[in-house]
Design a protein around this ligand. Structure first.
Ligand SMILES: [Ca+2]
Length: 187
């Protein structure tokens, strides 16, 4: 088990190092190889609004912000989402995809059956929760390690879906089943 964890750590740091070459602004912590534990964490963030929705931007006063915390020691992703102005929330997901496209769900953040959508949502994602998928442009998220890279590359987004359950769909705020507010996860 120790071998497994240390292998994971190496893969993580290697991935971060490659990303650092591509993105000089990258700041990674905890890749000193010291094995002291604790700080093997990368914080990403997201600002959610209707204009980022694809294929159709949505006019809505709702907004949100999120922190996506990648923890290589625990092999988890902690997602914190704060929102304002949403009604009739039916689901929230993490998707794989560029800013230009709508991609598939790779993690559920909130699903029907979770009760009332909270203004402050916290969700812990683990490898067991992953729904592997590929975006229309070919961006893959087929393993947890791949997801960690996709998140750090800016190729994932949070999308929050609303539905008033009255026909027709997309009648306005509180009724955008394909997503009312969206935010790309970035540094
Ligand atoms: Ca409707």
């Amino acid at each position: 088990m120790i071998g497994f964890i240390s292998k994971k750590k190496k893969a993580w740091c290697l991935a971060g190092g490659i990303a650092a070459l591509l993105a000089p602004a990258l700041s990674l912590t905890g890749c000193d190889g010291g094995g002291g534990g604790g700080d093997n964490v990368v914080n990403m963030r997201s600002t959610l609004d209707g204009q980022q929705e694809r294929p159709t931007p949505r006019a809505t006063p709702a907004s949100g912000s999120a922190i996506v915390q990648l923890n290589a020691t625990n092999n988890t992703i902690e997602v914190f989402v704060n929102t304002q102005g949403l009604t009739n929330v039916v689901a929230a997901h993490l998707h794989v995809g560029s800013t230009a496209e709508a991609g598939p769900v790779i993690f559920d953040l909130f699903v029907p059956g979770d009760g009332v959508f909270p203004a402050r949502l916290r969700k812990t994602l683990t490898p067991a929760n992953l729904k592997p998928g590929t975006s229309p442009s070919g961006i893959t998220a087929n393993s947890f390690d791949e997801v960690l890279n996709r998140i750090q590359e800016g190729n994932t987004y949070i999308n929050i879906h609303t539905n008033d359950n009255v026909a027709p769909p997309n009648s306005g705020p509180g009724d955008f089943p394909g997503g009312e507010i969206r935010g790309q996860v970035v540094r």
